[in-house]
Design a protein around this ligand. Structure first.
Ligand SMILES: [Zn+2]
Length: 188
């Protein structure tokens, strides 16, 4: 396969993630799609009773790259997650990047999007662990979100724990035991 036009960094990343990338898509269009869309285009979420944890299942990424993937390839209005926590690849290690507005309905857990927030950690936790900076940022973000929405730690779900979802996300090494022992603050 030959590259007819010069792919820029976004298109090169996109092509490694999906074989459904349109041949007509240009780096310039990708750069536009990487921008946050107008918030008016995103439906408000009626309820917040869960916070769902995901991994990107990719070694690298950032909110803007996932935004391009979700908009250009999946055809969604915006990136599916509310937050993305970087691993030092395309965003700083442990950086918490905002995806969809916190009050918007996300696209990350089928059947649960109307009542949950979605957090994605960059990485593939079927064969590696989150970085210490990601763990620390996730712990801080979770405690802030639980406080804002008046939720207890039982509201935090791994994607594969969501009823009806058939997925390994957030990876076999990211277990409930790991969440409870290494990430959640001790129960007082
Ligand atoms: Zn997931």
């Amino acid at each position: 396969m030959t590259a007819e036009r010069s792919d820029g960094p976004i298109l090169r990343w996109l092509r490694t993630r999906s074989d459904r990338v349109s041949r007509k898509l240009t780096e310039e269009q990708c750069t536009l799609l990487a921008q946050k869309p107008p918030e008016a285009s995103i439906a408000p979420r009626p309820e917040t009773s869960a916070v769902i944890l995901h991994h990107s299942a990719t070694p690298d990424g950032s909110v803007s790259l996932f935004r391009v993937l979700h908009r250009a390839v999946f055809g969604w209005d915006d990136v599916g997650y509310h937050f993305v926590i970087g691993n030092g690849s395309f965003s700083p290690d442990g950086a918490v990047e905002e995806g969809r507005p916190r009050e918007a309905t996300g696209a990350h857990a089928r059947g649960f999007n109307e009542k949950s927030l979605g957090i994605c950690l960059v990485g593939d936790f079927s064969d590696s662990m989150p970085t210490p900076c990601q763990v620390s940022s996730l712990a801080d973000l979770l405690s802030e979100l639980l406080r804002i929405y008046g939720l207890g730690a039982e509201a935090i779900l791994l994607h594969r724990e969501v009823p009806g979802c058939v997925t390994e996300c957030p990876g076999a090494l990211f277990t409930r035991k790991y969440l409870e022992s290494d990430i959640l603050p001790p129960v007082r």
